[in-house]
Design a protein around this ligand. Structure first.
Ligand code: HEM
Length: 495
């Protein structure tokens, strides 16, 4: 076999790092045209083989973890932030049990309790935050404005701590916790991904904050063990305290602490970015925002069109809201690159990349592979007007069934017809904002609940407008964020 085609570059070592770093989507799409679905580029001395298209995702995400290893690709970024002995700092078989523990903690019973808590937090935020001044004063009916990123980031952390993280974390959010969080977050950037350790202040702050944050959680756990009947039945600390590994051991205090930090960091930017994008699109499409509002009125409005508080069951009966989230995640999936470390030579199937004259391609051991479901998610051969945000593509006229995809012929000449119905969750799906396979996200249901409740709560209170076009992607953050300007205009909704 032979190496996959190498992306041309002028600078040794640096390779294509600058193009990839500034605009990975343009980089991937341009290389896809030039080299096909499988190609290798140099990222600061590392060889990274990109596998595009649904088949490429299947190759990377459906691969065996002995060959394509997540720990090897991520641990230098995540372990200094989350802490030891969880996630990518333990054998995969242990982490898979930890994932199950977290999943057990996300029950329907808890979700029922969360909806009201989230609505309440959004309400309180809008009653207090200075950018909602014109909303707060009943007598003013002027337009005000808020920053989509700041507003959604604050609402996300408030609601996640009120629900998943528990009363102690929620109670210290306005104090020491927020500085610790900010310092830890400063260790979660593309620079940290490229260089595990540098003699920089941000790295030192990260390490100090990790230690303090870990102690903070261990403290909570210790206090709870002495007082098990407190006000925390619905949070993740409470459910992790009950779990046991297969060998009968309970989770250690520091493991619970580090899992909670991982959930905090893992859910924060992904959910808040999705919310910011959804709000920006809704502000630029008042027709969709009105459809969302009318959907709520129809489902649980009073005769005067005022709305009663939402329940979890209500939330699951709002197909337009669902389509807004689904569509936002299609066009702006927060994670644009999913990486694995290659631990043995792996042949590339001929159906994914046609062999060269030297035979089939082989991804060599000790390099990296990368999947980017985003490229398939906006591919206009698969999706009608793939780059456009159009939530109605997920609903038929009755707002029920989904017909999202075309039938199309892929590069290998195979006819693919995804047909009607919800896009599959498999490793070869053209829709994978939550990844696929063994490392697939376990936060999806919580994220839908959190994002859905927040959007529904804001939309029933405010009309939104966007004075500028929807911003472009900012690729300089680890998670896909909107560039400036991201200010949204709002006015109290008239009932
Ligand atoms: C894994 C996306 C929210 C916890 C993943 C992966 C993706 C993803 C793409 C796969 C990564 C890979 O294969 O390398 C998202 C998006 C979210 C979201 C788009 C919100 C819109 C959350 C939340 C939580 C969470 C709220 C926690 C409550 C996790 C965990 C994993 C994961 C524990 C497993 C990692 C692994 O097995 O290696 N997520 N996520 N995520 N996510 Fe999420």
């Amino acid at each position: 076999g032979s190496d996959p085609p190498l992306v041309f570059h002028w600078l040794p070592i640096i390779g294509s790092a600058i193009w990839y770093g500034n605009d990975p989507i343009n980089f991937f799409q341009t290389c896809q045209e030039r080299y096909g679905n499988v190609f290798t580029f140099i990222l600061l001395g590392r060889k990274v083989t990109v596998a595009l298209s649904p088949k490429g995702s299947n190759f990377v995400l459906g691969g065996k973890s002995i060959a394509f290893n997540a720990e090897g690709a991520y641990t230098h970024l995540t372990t200094p932030v989350f802490g030891k002995d969880v996630l990518y700092d333990c054998p995969n078989e242990v982490f898979m049990q930890q994932k199950k523990f977290v999943k057990f903690g996300l029950t329907t019973e808890k979700f029922r309790a969360y909806v009201g808590m989230i609505e309440d937090e959004v309400d309180e935020y809008m009653k207090k935050d200075p950018s909602f001044r014109t909303y707060q004063d009943n007598d003013i009916n002027e337009w005000g404005s808020f920053d989509a990123i700041r507003g959604m980031a604050e609402i996300t952390i408030l609601t996640a701590s009120r629900t998943l993280q528990g009363p102690e974390v929620r109670g210290s959010l306005n104090k020491t916790f927020s500085q610790l969080y900010a310092d830890l977050d400063g260790g979660f950037t593309p620079l940290n991904f490229l260089f595990a350790n540098l003699p920089l202040e941000s790295y030192r702050k990260r390490d100090r904050a990790q230690k303090k944050m870990s102690d903070f959680y261990v403290d909570i756990i210790t206090r709870r063990k002495h007082n098990p009947d407190g006000d925390h039945h619905y949070d993740m600390i409470a459910s992790l305290l009950d779990q046991k590994y297969r060998n009968g051991d309970k989770l250690k205090d520091h493991e619970i602490a580090h899992l909670l930090i991982a959930l905090l960091m893992g859910g924060q930017h992904t959910s808040s970015a999705t919310l910011a994008w959804a709000m920006l699109h809704l502000a630029s499409r008042p027709d969709v925002a009105d459809a969302l509002y009318n959907e709520q009125v129809k489902r649980f409005g009073n005769p005067d069109r005022s709305l009663r508080p939402m329940s979890y069951e209500d939330l699951r009966q709002l197909p337009i809201l669902d389509s807004v989230i689904r569509e936002t995640l299609r066009v702006h999936p927060p994670i644009h690159s999913i990486m694995r470390q290659v631990r043995e030579d792996v042949p590339v199937p001929a159906t994914l990349a046609a062999p060269s004259k030297d035979g089939i391609y082989v991804v060599p051991k000790d390099t990296y592979v990368l999947a980017s479901p985003l490229i398939s998610q906006v591919d206009s051969r698969i999706w009608k007007d793939g780059a456009q945000w159009q939530p109605s593509r997920w609903n038929d006229a009755d707002g029920v069934a989904a017909q999202a995809l075309h039938a199309y012929t892929d590069e290998a000449g195979e006819k693919i017809d995804y047909g009607f119905g919800v896009v599959s969750k498999g490793t070869e799906s053209p829709y994978q904002p939550f990844g696929a396979g063994k490392h697939r996200c376990i936060g999806e249901q919580f994220a839908y609940l959190q994002i859905g409740t927040i959007i529904a709560t804001v939309i029933r209170r405010l009309e939104l407008r966007l004075p500028n076009p929807v911003p472009e992607h900012n690729y300089h953050t680890l998670i896909l964020m909107p560039k400036d300007p991201k200010s949204i205009h709002y006015r109290r909704r008239k009932i």
